[in-house]
Design a protein around this ligand. Structure first.
Ligand SMILES: Nc1ncnc2c1ncn2[C@@H]1O[C@H](COP(=O)(O)OP(=O)(O)O)[C@@H](O)[C@H]1O
Ligand SMILES: [Mg+2]
Length: 174
């Protein structure tokens, strides 16, 4: 895999949103049937902010609730497919595992099938299902310092690497 990780300094919330948007738009150019992005960082690091901007960029309208209580929020994604001049249709799952305390909860939740199946999964607090969650295509790690966020995006699959590769150019073109 040629490109494994990139570092970003995100000066404010809009910079975090711009990064998430760039990643989402990169996916629309290189859509894969299944995408798993894990979001790491402490409470308030910006994981939900990132996920919301990602979903908005894929055309999600209306309120995007934090899944910290519901565990998972599901969205239908319908976007124009530039390559085939049709519609790209998929499902996005926004998941928050913060309240998980033991592995049995992962088994009982049914999330194994959700995350392992077709669609886009954005998972906050993946550490809560360490060793249970399949390997993420991309891991986004957010580290707060006042308003700024130090962000590391790491790719662990070919799909992730392709998206990571497309990021710098996408961010420059705004
Ligand atoms: N650079 C930044 N990136 C993301 N969020 C930021 C940034 N600067 C300030 N914030 C604020 O930090 C908070 C992040 O909250 P949230 O996204 O819910 O975090 P998490 O889901 O990681 O607990 C929001 O209130 C957001 O406005
Ligand atoms: Mg959150």
């Amino acid at each position: 895999m040629p490109l494994a990780a990139l570092d970003f300094q995100l000066a404010d919330e809009s910079a975090t949103c711009a990064l998430a948007q760039a990643l989402a738009l990169a996916w629309t150019q290189h859509p894969a049937p299944r995408l798993l992005i894990t979001l790491e960082g402490d409470l308030g690091a910006g994981k939900t902010t990132f996920a919301r901007a990602f979903l908005r960029a894929l055309g999600v309208q209306g309120r995007i609730k934090s899944p910290s209580f519901s565990l998972v929020e599901e969205y239908t994604i319908d976007i124009p497919d530039l390559q085939f001049k049709g519609t790209l249709r998929t499902t996005a799952y926004h998941i928050d595992l913060y309240r998980f305390s033991d592995p049995q909860e992962w088994e009982d939740s049914g999330l194994r099938d959700v995350v392992g199946g077709p669609g886009i999964s954005l998972v906050e607090w993946p550490q809560r299902a360490l060793g249970l969650l399949p390997a993420a295509d991309l891991t986004v790690h957010l580290e707060p310092a006042a308003e700024r966020r130090h962000c590391i995006v790491q790719a662990a699959t070919e799909v992730g690497s392709t998206l990571l590769h497309a990021l710098p150019e996408r961010l420059e073109s705004g």
